[in-house]
Write a protein that binds this ligand. Structure first.
Ligand code: AMP
Ligand code: GLY
Length: 430
């Protein structure tokens, strides 16, 4: 790869700010464009005034700006087939095809793949009528898990500890609480264990493991309250030992790549595994077909290899023989959200103190829902800032994150105060 590449990045979250930060470190990068971006992204990338849903406009923009590589951050444009359109126009794309994105777009699709290729996952059944789903519940008592089949922004899953909850969840789905996503329902056995996430870069045949990470989905301390997109994360996840990781690669990731290839839908992009580490070993909870947010931010701070080269190799089917170098540091990300999130919240409130916070050792802030109002940084979403810090331990990384948050002045913001609590308890045991 000798020439410098102009790149278009699709997305507007903390994940994309972190990807842009990673791409910017590459000396192979020419111009970086972003659509639609946020205040942080627009400090390091040029705004591309196109809508990701208008595939033809994206292609035209790439041709006009001499862009040959597109990195797609979020799942919605992938499930919508943006990669297919761009590839058909001769562009390299980081991200799976529309069919391969069904691994995230349809929980039933993934469960069927697991069944066909013997990939460990919870026992399940698929339903497209309420009456059949309810009669299945009568024979399969709680605890049990009810999932809307389609994309529901992380909100379509109910872990029902009682029969009443299970019935209500089925009724909600078929009553349209998740729109089209709930027209089909997957019911699966409840798995017990510790959760972990793992990420693998894939090129259709080969998978390269990225570091493990763990997020905190619940809004409240002690992992209580409603689920969010993620209130914090840290990497590595101590639960993912080397043996466990090897097990996941051979029993889950490689059979998935082989199975998708044999279905004529080879998977390229990043495969994000939600795992439950049970007494019987790791089981797949779900796949996502893009980086996790807030996990990605921690991975990008640990990555030492050239991100642009890796993503391009994934897009071009050239990952075989490559390696991924990462720092041994622990990185934590504490999300600051607007008060009220994940319910309703205000936009437009002023945020101060970022430069002071970022001046602290090991600290880096990625923007999520932010924008500039004149020369004032303001909140423009639910999850607004990602306060990240590296350290030699989870304890040190956490202390640095919260010290940075002390420097911020944003009256309308809040964060969880216990990100990493499980990992810190582990550190305190040894
Ligand atoms: P998902 O959106 O599929 O990742 O599910 C959201 C959350 O629900 C997961 O992070 C788990 O905490 C929980 N969950 C999903 N499936 C199961 C299962 N079969 N057993 C126990 N918990 C589950
Ligand atoms: N942090 C979970 C997700 O990105 O889906």
């Amino acid at each position: 790869m000798s020439e410098r590449l102009n790149v278009l990045l699709i997305g507007s979250g903390g994940r994309e700010h972190a990807l842009a930060y990673g791409l910017s470190k590459s000396d192979k990068l020419g111009q970086l464009y972003v659509a639609p971006g946020n205040a942080g992204l627009l400090q390091i990338a040029t705004k591309a005034d196109v809508s990701e849903s208008d595939h033809q406009a994206v292609i035209q923009f790439c041709q006009d700006q001499d862009i040959s590589f597109v990195v797609v951050g979020p799942e919605a444009p992938l499930v919508d087939g943006l990669s297919d359109s761009l590839r058909a126009a001769g562009l390299d794309v980081f991200g799976p095809s529309k069919e391969a994105a069904q691994l995230e777009g349809s929980k039933g699709y993934t469960k069927d793949l697991c069944a066909e290729f013997n990939i460990p996952t919870a026992a399940y059944a698929r339903f497209d009528t309420q009456s059949e789903a309810l009669s299945y519940l009568a024979d399969n008592p709680a605890p049990i898990v009810i999932k809307a089949d389609g994309l529901a922004a992380g909100k379509g899953v109910t872990v029902a500890m009682s029969q009443e909850e299970a019935i209500a969840a089925v009724e909600d789905c078929f009553d349209g609480a998740f729109g089209e996503a709930g027209a089909e329902v997957v019911i699966e056995a409840f798995l017990e264990g510790e959760e972990a996430s793992l990420f693998a870069l894939c090129d259709g045949k080969t998978a390269l493991l990225l570091p493990s990470a763990q997020d905190h989905k619940a809004v409240g301390e002690g992992d209580t309250g409603p689920n969010t997109g993620g209130m914090g994360a840290y990497s590595p996840a101590p639960v993912m030992t080397k043996n466990l990781t090897d097990d996941v690669l051979s029993k889950i990731i490689q059979p998935t790549l082989d199975g998708m290839a044999s279905r004529g839908a080879p998977f390229s992009g990043v495969l994000f595994l939600g795992l439950m580490i049970t007494d019987q070993g790791p089981e797949l909870i779900e796949y996502n077909v893009r980086f996790g947010d807030p996990e990605c931010q921690t991975l990008m701070m640990r990555l030492e290899s050239d991100l642009l080269e890796l993503l391009l190799a994934s897009a071009r089917g050239e990952l075989a023989g490559k390696t991924i170098e990462t720092s041994d540091d622990v990185v934590m990300n504490v999300v600051m959200a607007a008060k009220g999130y994940p319910g309703s919240y205000r936009k437009g409130t002023a945020i101060h103190g970022l430069a002071d916070a970022e001046a602290l050792e090991g600290v880096k802030i990625f923007h999520a829902g932010t924008k500039m109002d004149g020369d004032q940084l303001v909140a423009n979403g639910g999850r607004v800032l990602n306060i990240c810090a590296r350290g030699k331990s989870v304890t040190e990384a956490q202390a640095r994150c919260y010290a940075a948050i002390e420097k911020l002045n944003w009256e309308d913001g809040f964060c969880r105060r216990d990100i990493g609590w499980r990992a810190i308890a582990r550190e305190n045991q040894v």
